[in-house]
Design a protein around this ligand. Structure first.
Ligand code: AGP
Length: 609
């Protein structure tokens, strides 16, 4: 998610815009830029890297103006280099835009603009298309041009626009990406997030989807999509800066848990077309290349490794290619069998994990094709891969990974569907069924968040425990591992995850009266076995909390408590079942007064081996 800041007033816009962008630095970004309107002339500077790099380029006294917009970019389309930084100018230099979101149909629009209007693009971004579109429609009426442009766009966007001809207005539009307008004295503001404005005003208007806002020094006018004026109540922000950075949540982790429906939506955006076919940008694997692949390794660490466990099942079921999952820290030291017919899939949120990077390099040295599932554009893993499938989860600040994990799972679904369809190993009916399940995920994840009240009560009951078991079968094994890691890393409880069928081979000796077991029973085809496992541990007087699909009466009957996830296909249950477990770990850690966003001994990206 990128940062947007705008100002119009009597002061030099540069100071406020740079200060506002700095207030958004916590969100993570890889480039920054600013454009001012100085008496009808647009002055623009942009720079890759941190805002300090940009500041070095705008020290001149003549870089000023009382109207401007600025941006910090979190790259999705186009590497994090200066040319791809925002703002973007139209080809005639009269229009400047900043954009947050993803324009799904940017390629077709770009081709149309090049062919029909001879536009010469300067960047690889989807965002530049917006500037050129507005320019094509601009007939000295900025609002009209903006409306015509957005009518052609599909996707998510918050856009700020200024024109050299109009020294009195900033125009902005919003669809599925945050946008607010700030109310000043003799000036007004635009921003993507509240923290950017807190030093200047606490009175804001929230801009809703499909609304256009026209900001002048004197007032802020909001219109709906047919230009009817909207009467919007002012909101007075009482949060302090720290709370505002977390969107009002107490911790980044909670914010990111709640961002998952939107994050999954972004991951799916533009990757399932109108005919319900999976279309993957960044994956160049042809049928011929896929048919030549006789072995796949999925290599990762920690949470990403747990996603890989699910990925193995999906790829083997859909694409019928033998797939091994291994820890990156082990992979290099076991003389892996790799050749040109090997596909090496590495999963990494940060793209900088040293263990994963070194395993990737070993695989490349031995001739493997490398495909990465990554959240950070331009990261080392992404740059060193042949193909990259971005999770587009937006910056994940909390050390404990949540939205990166669920979007990694969605990417592995998309990849395995693409492989199965391309190789012809996945029947069309199955393909359509799974695609249908993926499209319902954002709504079902929102529903799964509804378990929080129940889960918080369970946390209150068990936060003093020093041992908690997680068990499951099939894809519930990977979910057990991930749920256990969440609890370990933020509460410091020594939790234990194991395949349910393994209990009787030793660990069952650990059960004492009242030992807490979280038992995942989401897989219909393994249901009877899980019921037996529950009876097996209940017979030893353990306390069982079942995790099951809504309406599952038998698990409820034989368990001491049960958390229900929305009804869904077995294949996607792992994406939903982890949500209450993220919340369970969060509430237990909170009750144990842990440093939830920055747990002891941990780093967000482990760049040492
Ligand atoms: C997850 O909650 C942990 N922070 C950790 O296991 C993490 O998943 C692991 O270090 C891998 O990081 P990466 O995805 O950035 O490579």
């Amino acid at each position: 998610m990128c940062g947007i800041v705008g100002y119009i007033g009597n002061e030099n816009a540069k100071e406020m815009i740079i200060t506002g962008l700095k207030s958004l630095e916590y969100r993570g970004y890889d480039s920054a830029g600013i454009v001012l309107n100085r008496g009808g002339k647009l002055l623009m500077r942009k720079e890759s890297g941190v805002i300090a790099n940009l500041e070095k380029r705008i020290t001149k006294k003549d870089f000023d103006g009382n109207l401007g917009i600025g941006h910090t970019r979190w790259a999705t389309h186009g590497a994090p280099v200066r040319e791809n930084a925002h703002p973007h100018l139209s080809c005639d230099g009269r229009i400047a835009i900043v954009h947050n979101g993803i324009i799904e149909n940017y390629m077709e629009l770009k081709e149309w603009l090049i062919k029909k209007h001879g536009i010469a693009f300067k960047s690889d971004t989807d965002s530049e298309v917006i500037a050129q579109l507005i320019c094509v429609y601009y007939k000295n009426d900025l609002v009209a041009a903006v409306r015509k442009a957005i009518a052609k766009m599909r996707g998510a966007y918050a856009v700020g626009v200024i024109s050299s001809d109009d020294i009195d207005h900033i125009v902005a539009v919003r669809k599925d990406a945050p946008l607010i307008a700030g109310i000043g004295e003799g000036c007004n503001y635009l921003a993507s997030d509240i923290p950017a404005l807190l030093k200047y005003t606490r009175d804001i208007y929230l801009i809703e989807n499909d609304e256009i806002v026209v900001i002048s020094k004197e007032d802020i006018k909001i219109f709906d999509d047919d230009m009817t004026r909207v009467k919007r109540e002012k909101m007075h922000v009482t949060w302090d800066a720290a709370a505002a950075e977390k969107g009002g949540y107490e911790h980044f982790m909670k914010k990111e848990i709640y961002e998952q429906p939107e994050a999954v939506n972004q991951t799916l955006e533009g990757r399932i077309n109108a005919k319900n076919e999976v279309k993957l940008d960044g994956i160049k694997l042809t049928k011929k290349e896929l048919d030549a692949i006789d072995r796949i390794y999925i290599i990762a660490c920690g949470t990403a490794y747990h996603a890989g466990l699910q990925g193995k099942t999906l790829i083997e079921n859909f694409a019928r290619i033998p797939t091994e999952v291994d820890l990156a820290s082990e992979f290099r030291y076991r003389a892996p069998i790799i050749d040109k017919n090997t596909l090496f899939i590495c999963i990494s949120q940060s793209g900088e994990t040293s263990d994963t990077l070194e395993a990737l390099r070993e695989a490349k040295r031995k001739g493997a094709r490398v495909l990465s599932v990554c959240n950070v554009m331009g990261s080392s893993v992404a740059r060193e891969s042949d193909d990259v499938l971005y999770t587009w989860a937006g910056p994940e600040i909390a050390v404990a990974s949540t939205k990166a994990y669920t979007t990694q799972l969605v990417c592995l679904f998309l990849l395995s569907l693409y492989m199965g369809k391309t190789k012809g190993t996945l029947p069309a009916k199955e393909y359509g069924r799974i695609v249908g399940e993926l499209k319902k995920l954002p709504a079902k994840m929102s529903e799964a968040l509804g378990t929080e009240e129940h889960v918080a009560k369970l946390a209150k009951k068990f936060f003093v425990r020093e041992q908690i078991f997680y068990i499951g079968r099939g894809s519930d094994v990977g979910t057990s591992y991930e749920a256990s890691l969440k609890l370990k890393e933020i509460s410091y409880i020594n939790s234990f995850a194991i395949a349910a069928g393994e209990l009787k081979h030793g660990p069952i000796a650990l059960i004492n009266r009242g030992t807490l077991f979280i038992v995942f029973a989401t897989q219909d085809y393994l249901y009877e076995k899980m019921l037996s496992n529950i009876q097996e541990i209940k017979a030893r007087h353990a306390y069982v909390v079942g995790i099951a699909k809504k309406g599952n009466k038998r698990v409820k009957k034989i368990s001491d408590d049960v958390v229900m996830i929305p009804q869904c296909a077995d294949e996607v249950a792992s994406i939903l079942a982890i949500v209450p477990m993220q919340l369970f770990a969060y509430h237990i850690a909170k009750l144990r007064k842990r440093d939830i966003d920055k747990p002891r001994n941990l780093a967000k990206s482990v760049t040492v081996e």
